[in-house]
Write a protein that binds this ligand. Structure first.
Ligand code: SF4
Length: 255
């Protein structure tokens, strides 16, 4: 099943509509610094350290590689028919005080794919409970729970909860700050901080749907948006298209 948006493109689109358009139509123009590449590697190492707590986890990326449009179908096969589309209630939430801590599960998937509203998300760790509902862990190597992490999680929750019953959605990050940091052994730097955001994320649905609709219009456009450069090019991430956009500015200045 083909898709228009992914997690990374959605986050890019929140930063800049031009960056989103370039990600879809001209990704070869992206330029990443050596420090950005090192940060990606550190993030992967931290994620692997958390995944190691689930020795029976099935890694879909090892099986499917770059065939991204096959992930959601394979995920559906592995999770089976139970646990499809039932929104978790507040009662469900209050009932399980042990949520947020890795526990024995039937099926555990790494990079499980879910697609809804033309958006494909690959979730870091998806654990299927006995009743078929899912505990989901999104792993981030940063040492604070940033707004960008929350936005990323909100998109995933939106997509996955339209496909399956989500029992809990937690962000795992580097527990150097000591927040909930006692949930197991950490990566190289510290313990894993696990924060359950399920109820917060469930309230974000309308806003996410509106953002997705706007972004789909942007990526379907044939012309690159003429968004000028500015402070937004550096926050929350240094945009990889700065060279391309500044080139345009320099060319205009020559005339
Ligand atoms: S460099 Fe700035 S204007 Fe250009 S795509 Fe990136 S964020 Fe947008």
């Amino acid at each position: 099943m083909t898709h228009l948006l992914s997690k990374s493109k959605y986050i890019r689109g929140l930063q800049c509509e031009r960056a989103l358009w370039l990600d879809v139509h001209e990704p070869r123009l992206a330029r990443y610094t050596a420090e950005q590449m090192r940060r990606f590697d550190r993030g992967r190492d931290f994620e692997y350290a958390f995944k190691a707590q689930f020795p029976d986890g099935i890694d879909l990326s090892a099986e499917l590689g770059r065939q991204v449009d096959s992930y959601s179908e394979r995920t559906a096969e592995l999770l089976g028919g139970v646990g499809r589309r039932r929104a978790a209630s507040a009662d469900d939430t209050a009932a399980d005080s042990g949520r947020g801590t890795p526990r024995p599960y039937g099926v555990v998937l790494f990079e499980a794919g879910f697609q809804y509203d033309d958006v494909l998300v690959l979730a870091d760790v998806v654990c299927q409970r006995e009743d078929g509902s899912l505990d989901i862990y999104e792993v981030k190597s940063g040492t604070t729970l940033s707004d960008t992490y929350r936005r990323d999680a909100a998109l995933q929750h939106y997509v996955i909860s339209h496909c399956r019953t989500v029992h809990s959605f937690s962000i795992v990050y580097n527990g150097l700050d000591g927040v909930n940091g006692a949930n197991g052994q950490g990566g190289q730097d510290g313990s894993f901080a696990i924060v359950d955001l399920t109820l917060d994320l469930a309230a974000e649905g309308d806003r996410i749907a509106a953002n997705i609709a706007e972004m789909k219009t942007i990526v379907r456009a044939t012309a690159e948006p003429d968004t000028p450069t500015g402070q937004h090019c550096l926050s929350p991430y240094a945009c990889p298209y700065q060279q391309h956009c500044q080139q345009g500015v320099r060319q205009l200045a020559l005339f």
